[in-house]
Ligand binder design. Sequence first.
Ligand SMILES: C[S@@+](CC[C@H](N)C(=O)[O-])C[C@H]1O[C@@H](n2cnc3c(N)ncnc32)[C@H](O)[C@@H]1O
Length: 218
Amino acid sequence: MEPTRWPGVARDGRDLYTRNLEPGTTVYGEALRSVDGVEYRRWDPWRSKLAAALVNGASEEILGRPDRVLYLGGAHGTTVSHLSDLWPDAAIYVVEKSPASFAPLLALARRRANLLPLLADAQLPERYRADVGEVDLLYQDVAQRDQVRIFTENAEACLAPAGRGLLMLKVRSVTQRRPAAAIVRESRSGLGRAGWRVAEEIALGPFAREHVAFAVRR
Ligand SMILES: C[S@@+](CC[C@H](N)C(=O)[O-])C[C@H]1O[C@@H](n2cnc3c(N)ncnc32)[C@H](O)[C@@H]1O
């Protein structure tokens, strides 16, 4: 097991790992490895778009350690669990609107004190902004048509002025009708019009087809 340029992420050959905050437990059937008394969980880029962004060349800044995080679209907690491993002292608020996905997310959060799940609609940040307060990282992975608007409204509600964002854009949720490149271009322009500077843009294929990760700052 070797360190990588991303703080807290280890590598064995091509595989990425995070140090398991909950030794002996897997979250989504991922492989566990113990080295010198430390247990690691394999971080699968086919299951986590953030791992795909790392494999596809994201900079070390993408995993800069935040104190407070708002994560939109937590699903069952696959990626969230690795952020929980990476940032044990952070407060990670996780919004998920599907009750079926929220149940396993809640079970995960009961075992990991840094996860704070909220059963809520990311389109209505005014419903949870008082609970969340101000965060320094906004992460979004919701398969919705208006992903840039949802991201911007949540940033206005909860992101500190010097905060940063990670937007996992699912192109085909925006529209099925136009070429992917045009949708990515329009989303980038939309981010620019909303006051965001795109620091990194990473295509996530082949792990997540027609998805792009945007790392942004105001
Ligand atoms: C692609 S999955 C997220 C996968 C997860 N981020 C991961 O990497 O482990 C998208 C999730 O967003 C949720 N979602 C979609 N629209 C939402 C909304 N408006 N508010 C909150 N969650 C939403 C869906 O229920 C689904 O669980």
